[in-house]
Design a protein around this ligand. Structure first.
Ligand code: UDX
Length: 437
């Protein structure tokens, strides 16, 4: 099938590449000429494990092409995906200007029937707004379909190629048939393509992310309580997670959720509820608790260093909002850095992928290390913010030689408590006993 993808950000690139992988002809459109020129040369602008291989292969086989020319791109396409940014506007609601702007441009160019798919996360009612733009600018019949993505960064290729489910919001039989055909190769294992109306589909995306953010936040609160009542959150997590109704996944407490989706989507859902005069109380609490959780580690440090954090030097492991990505959007590490620097501490950070992004955002406000052990040199403590696999089994001898004191504040519960006792650490993690040996 011939497909156009408008917008080559994270979602657009994964979608375009993975759609080409099953034999579709995909043309990706972006207004950024420099980026398009680079992609034509096979240069991938994002870091996503496994994507580069598919990207190169489909470019080589000419199923994946790039252009800045919208008109040419949509001419032959039967399905046009809109994968454009929907950043939070000043009031917390999603800014639809890119999506509606692209819809208008497309409407002025279409000559025959198209299925226009909103892939970006958009508030309930957006499909209707996009439809209205088409109706205002063209006589051509166009079906506007909602098809939210559920891609996790780091495993996005797998999530696209083998989705748990595909959600498609459309009431048009014609569009439904095309979408069914398009997704058939991805759901061979029997996972469903769930068809519904546009509004339910739009809300599904927000509900899924808000539910997951709530689940994490609930566990963060249980962890905080565990510390007060002297219980172990790891045990509680296992105890509740084995109930199939709760499930084992997404129960890991930490330094708060971040990333480009959860914070934005929770905020946008709460905001759209309020526009219907509905106070979505649980989401307001989720946002409040998550803000607090981001700096729980700094609060712990302030308690430990009674003399204050000024003049201390800290090694910080992990800057990305989660492992296997260089993405630092809403990364808790940034909030922790701000707090520590405000307190007069010196920070030297290491991350396997995200250093350049942080350097761009924070400049020389902190130091950057080439290697995790270099960051530890002469540090008063190690702070762990992201659970990169590399940090799970460090060389403790090297760590101890480099650190000034055996002190770890671990925001991701990476180490076994007994090991920390045996090696004589002060070890403060999330929702577990503090080791003070
Ligand atoms: C998320 C959704 O999972 C995906 O379906 C959606 O389409 C986009 O948003 P992503 O932002 O890539 O994906 O990250 P995810 O792996 O879901 O993690 C989100 C945040 O939750 C991270 O900050 C992570 O550290 C945190 N998290 C996750 C926890 O703190 N504990 C957990 O148990 C799981």
């Amino acid at each position: 099938m011939k497909i156009a993808v408008v917008g080559t950000g994270y979602v657009g690139l994964v979608t375009g590449t993975c759609l080409a992988e099953t034999g579709n002809d995909v043309i990706c459109v972006d207004i950024n000429a420099e980026k398009v020129a680079k992609m034509k040369q096979g240069e991938i602008p994002i870091y996503e494990p496994g994507l580069d291989l598919l990207f190169q292969r489909n470019i080589a086989q000419k199923r994946l092409t790039f252009t800045t020319e919208l008109a040419g791109a949509i001419e032959e396409a039967r399905i046009i995906f809109l994968a454009l940014p929907t950043p939070p506007g000043g009031d917390g609601s999603a800014d639809l200007s890119y999506v509606l702007g692209a819809a208008k441009n497309i409407a002025q160019l279409v000559k025959d029937y198209k299925v226009v798919v909103t892939k970006s996360t958009v508030p309930v009612g957006t499909a209707d707004k996009v439809k209205a733009v088409f109706e205002a600018h063209t006589q051509v019949v166009v079906d506007v379909v909602s098809n939210p993505e559920f891609l996790r960064e780091g495993v996005a290729v797998d999530d696209f190629m083998k989705p748990d489910r595909v959600v498609v919001g459309t009431r048009s039989d014609r569009a439904r048939k095309l979408m069914e055909e398009l997704y058939a190769p991805y759901v061979r294992s029997g996972n469903p393509v769930i068809f519904m109306d546009e509004r339910s589909s739009e809300l599904t995306k927000y509900a899924a992310n808000s539910f997951l953010a709530t689940k994490i936040t609930f566990m963060n609160e249980i962890a905080n309580l565990c510390e007060l009542v002297n219980a172990d959150v790891d045990m509680v997590r296992r105890g509740i997670g084995s109930d199939a109704r709760i499930g084992k996944r997404f129960l890991f407490p930490g330094v708060g959720y971040g990333g480009s989706c959860f914070p934005k989507d929770v905020q946008a859902l709460a905001k759209s509820a309020s526009e219907y005069d509905y106070n979505f109380k649980i989401l307001n609490s989720v946002m409040e608790v998550n803000e607090r959780q981001k700096t729980v580690i700094v609060d712990k440090m302030k308690k430990y260093y009674k003399e204050g954090l000024g003049g201390k030097k800290f090694a910080l492991w992990g800057l990305a909002f989660k492992p296997d990505t260089d993405d630092i959007r809403e990364a808790p590490a940034l909030y922790i850095i701000d707090e520590l620097v405000k307190e007069g501490a010196q920070v030297v950070a290491y991350d396997p992928e995200a250093i350049e992004n942080v350097r761009r955002a924070k400049g020389d406000m902190i130091g950057y290390a080439e290697d995790p052990y270099d960051a530890l040199a002469g540090a008063d403590a190690l702070i762990i913010v992201t659970e990169w696999p590399l940090f799970r089994t460090p060389d403790f001898d090297r760590m101890e030689n480099a650190l000034k004191a055996r002190v770890i504040f671990d925001g991701r519960n990476l180490y076994d408590l007994q090991r920390m006792i045996d090696r004589g650490y002060y070890y403060n993690s999330i929702g577990r006993q503090t080791i003070t040996s």
